[in-house]
Write a protein that binds this ligand. Structure first.
Ligand SMILES: [Mg+2]
Length: 229
């Protein structure tokens, strides 16, 4: 039996953050009669922070946050058609073609020859599983898990479900907060593959980062090389 390697999906295998940035720009433009970009950004972030606890991560929560923020920032003056447009932006995001990051296919082939690949992502199961399906990568994974949140407890429970001892487990992902720190906390190993940008709400606690050491690689393909050496 090959050892299990955990892989994040969004911004590790395919582009995700960029989709949100495109729509955030549209939202700033929509709000210009009432607020500067900075004020709109701050108001949206404050709403998202509250809504993640209620709705979890993903496009649906993002859309609800934009609708609520639009009403608040415009003090109720935003028209109903604009709100309907915001909902359409969400539908557009959900249907956007999957753009694999450079070298992902080759890296998965290499990693899959030495490991059973366990995709671990967080967010809305409908949207996340649909992305796995549309990515064309589904058959490369041994199992796929969509978690509401990535923390030590949820990782522990996934690993327990498959009978994997955390010390035998390695995770790879673009988020220090979600893919690295919680796995190190339960005794596993993790590789950080940074993406171009990190969402403010994915910024890790700086004290926690300072207390641990983990490998950082530029590309997923380097993980395969490091694991085989
Ligand atoms: Mg990610």
């Amino acid at each position: 039996m090959l050892p299990v390697l955990g892989l994040d999906a969004d911004d590790t295998l395919w582009e995700n953050e960029e989709r949100f940035h495109e729509v955030e720009q549209r939202f700033r433009d929509l709000m210009t009669p009432w607020a500067t970009s900075d004020i709109t950004d701050a108001a949206l972030l404050a709403t998202e922070r509250i809504n993640i606890a209620r709705h979890g991560y993903g496009i649906k929560g993002f859309v609800l946050s934009m609708v609520v923020t639009a009403v608040e920032v415009s003090d109720g003056a935003i028209d109903a058609w604009s709100l309907a447009n915001i909902v359409d932006w969400g539908h557009e995001m959900m249907a956007h073609p999957i753009e694999l990051l450079d070298g992902v296919l080759e890296a998965l082939d290499a990693l899959g020859s030495t490991h059973r690949l366990l995709l671990i992502t967080k967010g809305d199961p409908i949207d996340q599983l649909d992305k796995v399906r549309r990515s064309g990568l589904a058959e490369r994974f041994w199992r796929v898990e969509v978690l509401p949140e990535k923390n030590p407890d949820t990782y522990r429970s996934v690993l327990a479900h498959y009978g994997i001892d955390p010390v035998d487990f390695t995770m790879v992902g673009n988020s220090v907060k979600s893919d690295v720190l919680p796995v190190l906390a339960i005794g596993g190993q993790a590789f950080h593959v940074p993406h171009t940008t990190t969402w403010v709400l994915e910024e890790p606690d700086s004290d926690e980062v300072a207390s641990v050491v983990f490998p950082v690689v530029e590309q997923l393909s380097e993980v395969a090389e490091l694991l085989s050496s």
